[in-house]
Design a protein around this ligand. Structure first.
Ligand SMILES: C[S@@+](CC[C@H](N)C(=O)[O-])C[C@H]1O[C@@H](n2cnc3c(N)ncnc32)[C@H](O)[C@@H]1O
Length: 282
């Protein structure tokens, strides 16, 4: 999401309150109408999206029942529905849920996509059993209590079921270099903050936790075994540098191939704009 979020301000860090959850909800409501444009789905975002799609499809056969946490406008949910998965698509932003509902109807897959206004901090409201749970581009960075999310995922997932999450990482060398060069020192170190950190988007605030993969996994370890994790957009610039990518497309594509080849290697996999982590329920 820092990819999709703009302007980290790093104003303050701490535990996430009800009013912070509402700030985040307002921020995403405010961009829902045009979130499929450059802000939410440019070429660099789409490239990372494909990695999650491939990972989910390799982990679970068509026909599986999936839960999408923080579905946004429903791009992933509708894609999986068109590939014959059943998806419950959840989000904390009611405007995003409307977009998901409309997208599923426009694609003729409303029977396979159920869009529900449920935050990741409200998963206790969901019933049923899923084969897989995925979350793309950092909704879990907005969760007030990751351990509680992990416990709910364990309740909702069948034994052996899969989790596939893309999460905003702590160490993004592109971001540090870019903002240091611009003299924006506070912005350059926003991902170093502990606890909930204010990140600006569209003159609203998204309250975000940044994680190293091992910090993130710690919350899930009581219920889930780690399968794998890899960096997303470590060599490739992060999505908000899409204009740079467009000016240097050939060179950046080479960097993208480096991501594909080296992104799962030890140490490198701990960096990147996002990381993709897969686990299974014990
Ligand atoms: C960067 S967008 C990603 C959307 C979508 N997964 C995608 O790939 O385009 C982050 C999404 O997380 C949602 N979100 C933020 N906080 C949330 C929360 N506490 N519970 C559920 N969703 C949340 C936002 O409303 C937004 O739709």
């Amino acid at each position: 999401m820092s990819g999709t979020y703009e302007l980290g301000t790093g104003q303050r860090a701490g535990a996430m309150s009800e009013s912070q959850l509402l700030d985040t909800q307002r921020a995403f409501d405010s961009v829902a109408a045009d979130y499929d444009g450059p802000r939410g789905n440019n070429e660099l975002i789409q490239r990372m999206r494909l990695t999650l799609w491939d990972t989910v499809c390799k982990a679970l056969p068509p026909g599986s029942r999936l839960l999408d946490l923080g579905c946004g406008t429903g791009i992933d949910a509708v894609e999986f529905a068109m590939r014959d998965y059943q998806v419950v698509a959840s989000d904390w932003s009611p405007r995003m849920i409307e977009r998901t509902h409309d997208r599923a109807a426009a694609a003729g897959v409303e029977a396979q996509v159920e869009a529900v206004h449920v935050g990741v901090h409200q998963l206790g409201r969901l019933k049923g059993e899923f084969d897989g749970i995925y979350s793309n581009f950092g909704p879990l960075n907005c969760a007030p209590d990751l351990g509680a999310v992990a416990a709910e995922c364990a309740r909702l997932l069948r034994p052996g079921g899969k989790l596939v999450f893309s999460v905003i990482g702590r160490i993004c060398p592109w971001e540090v270099g870019y903002y240091l060069m611009k003299g924006r020192f506070k912005r350059a170190r926003v991902r170093a903050a502990r606890g909930a950190t204010a990140v600006g988007m569209n003159r609203h605030t998204i309250w975000t936790h940044y994680y190293l993969p091992r910090e993130f996994y710690r919350a899930f370890a009581p219920h889930f075994a780690l399968d794998d994790y890899r960096a997303l957009s470590l060599f490739m610039p992060p999505p908000y540098l899409v204009e740079f990518y467009r000016r240097h497309r050939k060179g950046c594509e080479r960097l993208g191939r480096l991501d594909d080849r080296l992104g799962a290697r030890p140490l490198l996999r701990d960096m990147g704009d996002h990381f993709l982590i897969t686990m299974h329920r014990r």
